[in-house]
Design a protein around this ligand. Structure first.
Ligand code: DQA
Length: 147
């Protein structure tokens, strides 16, 4: 069965509780439930991983190489800082990675959020649609074939 992996980076374990005016009220467990249901309709198996640690995120990306059809990845704050995560995304090619952000990072007042180190090595980016963005990414991920 086709597998798609959702990875969430730092602080996203606090989704629903953390700055709800920016990130909404749905929890990560809610997101995972919606994605599992949506994936089942397309006969796809979801895998989930969340970590607050850069090295663990890198390890999980490496593990996914050649094993999943696509990775959906919200790198959180590492989006704007991590050369190592960008290198990990490049390193697992041709496994495609779709970057997701709940908020529209380009509309945020902090200028440092306007630049993603990962975007150039991802197949695409979805930003600003809240938790719905994960489902939009899943729809996009369905287009990629299982390795
Ligand atoms: C985020 C945007 C990042 O700038 C921020 O550091 C996050 C969440 C988003 O989903 O909107 O942790 O990735």
């Amino acid at each position: 069965m086709k597998k798609i992996l959702l990875i969430n980076g730092p602080n996203l374990n606090l989704l629903g509780v953390r700055e709800p005016e920016t990130y909404g009220h749905e929890t990560l467990a809610d997101v995972e439930t919606h994605m599992t249901k949506s994936a089942q309709k397309s006969n796809v198996q979801m895998e989930f991983f969340q970590s607050n640690h850069e090295g663990e995120l890198i390890d999980r990306l490496h593990e996914a190489r050649g094993k999943v059809a696509a990775v959906i990845f919200n790198p959180g704050g590492y989006t704007h800082t991590s050369v190592a995560l960008r290198d990990a995304v490049s390193a697992i090619a041709p496994t495609p990675v779709i970057e997701v952000h709940l908020s529209n990072v380009y509309a945020r007042p902090d200028a440092f959020r306007h630049h993603s180190l990962l975007a150039p090595v991802c197949v695409g980016q979805i930003s600003g649609f809240g938790t719905q963005g994960y489902l939009l990414a899943l729809e996009a991920a369905l287009e990629f074939d299982q390795p």
